[in-house]
Design a protein around this ligand. Structure first.
Ligand SMILES: [Mn+2]
Length: 481
């Protein structure tokens, strides 16, 4: 008999705030509790396997911010900083291995750098993995246990965040021979990572809710645009970097000489900018709401001059490659990040309407999957003969029955903090709701977010019999002592 514990989306990393009231860049503020959890399972008599199902650490939260830190020395330095900041977690991993237990690590989309040859070695050394029962799963391979269990991070079902594994493999092949040339970046990070670097991180100093609030599409985008209408221009700039590359992660694996073609560098026009942002919003709000929302929130948008100068710059950086393009976009964006809250009251009714889509939001319910692509993927995999599909990435813990023969889709959830949108805003009558929304927005603006933050440390626990046959499998919540 043996036991398997699966956790994911720990997101360890990011500097702490300057005072106890500031969150800083940490998504996970409870690595001490996480270390306790690992120490407890280390003490179990029967053999234990801990599976970390992606996004163990968060390179995107470490300065200098990059959508992807392709320089291995720089990535090692970031990892060293993370380890120095949260030693208890890494000590706990070391103890787990020293006690003869197993550790299996899969990567997600915030810890892509872990797969790079030097970084992987650095990590293995820092937890004393050599000669121990340690396994590192790369290249988007799913991890399977026995014949019934399939484990994967799940970013590949998220068009914004899926990692281009063939290109990443090609980069590692070059790096392992010291043949890598920065001008010929063979790997483009997911556009979600570019968004984190260029939009989320610069704003996080000002608005700490930005990467905690869930559901992110339905709530965060409208709230951000209501607080800062001029973000329209910025968000669409990042989106436009990927125009023509909407399926950037679907292309064929690049050959050794394949350079990213500069002709494909998009030009930002006002029309394109509007189109891109509207597409994102339409997806969230629907057509009618979109029109009204745009009317109410569009009084300050990017000016024609800004767009023209951006286009000129864009052409210039196009010749320098994608990594420079992203850092340029980021600095351009931060220039425009001026706080504009004076008209926020005027925009509140529109925002309230936009947020009505959350009325029936069931994101925090464990028994149903609100993100249909995950349930569909799990259902598909069941068809391949698996019975238990275990994912992460969404930060929403799940235990969803897939058929009447006992097949189940699990999501491990997250050990990072989450922020829940206050339900009374959408459920109360109009007058009261508006009042509540104002209170909520004021709190977001002043970073008084603690009362909305929740920490729900979940994991999937499996008991295996001989031949790794599943005896018991369930979604659990760790209760800190
Ligand atoms: Mn992820």
């Amino acid at each position: 008999m043996r036991e398997v514990f699966i956790i994911s989306d720990l997101h360890i990393g990011g500097a702490a705030g300057n005072t106890v009231y500031e969150r800083g860049f940490k998504l996970c503020t409870h690595s001490d509790i996480l270390a306790d959890f690992i120490n407890q399972i280390t003490a179990i008599e029967t053999p234990v396997e801990l599976v970390i199902n992606g996004d163990m650490v968060d390179f995107l939260a470490e300065e200098p911010f990059e959508a992807f830190t392709e320089n291995q020395a720089a990535a090692c330095a970031k990892l060293q900083r993370i380890i120095n900041r949260e030693p208890a977690f890494f000590d706990a991993l070391r103890r787990l291995l020293n006690n003869g237990h197993s550790l299996t690590v899969l990567t997600g989309n915030h810890d892509i750098e872990l797969t790079l040859p030097d970084v992987r070695r650095f990590f293995e050394r820092s937890i004393g993995a050599q000669g121990k029962k340690f396994r590192f799963i790369t290249d988007g391979e799913a991890y399977t246990i026995g014949t019934e269990i399939l484990i994967e991070h799940g970013d590949q079902y998220d068009v914004w965040n899926k990692v281009d594994h063939p290109a990443l493999l090609r980069l590692r092949q070059l790096q392992s021979r010291r043949e890598y040339l920065p001008q010929k970046l063979p790997f483009i990070p997911p556009k979600g990572s570019a968004m984190v670097k260029s939009i989320i991180n610069p704003l996080k100093k000002q608005y700490q809710f930005i990467d905690l609030l869930k559901p992110e599409n339905e709530a965060v985008l409208p709230i951000l645009l209501a607080i800062e209408p001029n973000l329209r221009g910025k968000i669409s700039t990042v989106l436009s970097l990927y125009t023509g590359w909407t399926n950037a992660n679907d292309h064929d694996p690049p050959t050794p000489t394949n350079e990213r073609s500069v002709e494909k560098t998009p030009k930002i026009s006002r029309k394109l900018s509007t189109k891109l942002i509207n597409e994102e919003l339409k997806h969230v709000l629907g057509n009618d709401e979109l029109k009204e929302f745009n009317r109410a929130t569009s009084e300050t948008t990017t000016t024609t001059e800004e767009i023209e100068s951006a286009t000129r710059e864009m052409k210039a950086v196009g010749e320098r490659g994608w990594s420079d393009t992203f850092s340029w976009a980021s600095s351009w964006i931060s220039l425009l990040t001026a706080k504009d809250t004076k008209n926020i009251d005027k925009r509140l009714p529109a925002l309230l309407k936009a947020l009505r889509v959350l009325q029936n939001d069931r994101s925090f319910e464990v028994e149903i999957e609100t993100l249909k692509e995950y349930e569909e993927a799990a259902q598909h995999l069941i068809g391949n003969g698996y019975k238990y599909i275990i994912m992460g990435h969404t930060h929403f813990a799940r235990r969803v029955a897939l058929n009447d023969k006992g097949a189940v889709y699990f999501n491990c959830g997250t050990w990072a903090d989450l922020m829940q949108f206050p339900k009374e805003i959408v459920s109360a009558d109009a007058q009261e709701a508006l009042q509540k929304l104002k209170e909520f927005m004021d709190n977001l603006n002043e970073n008084k977010i603690n009362k909305y933050v929740i920490f729900r440390p979940t994991y999937v626990h499996i008991e295996l019999g001989d031949g790794d046959v599943v005896k018991d499998i369930n979604l659990m919540e760790y209760e800190a002592e």
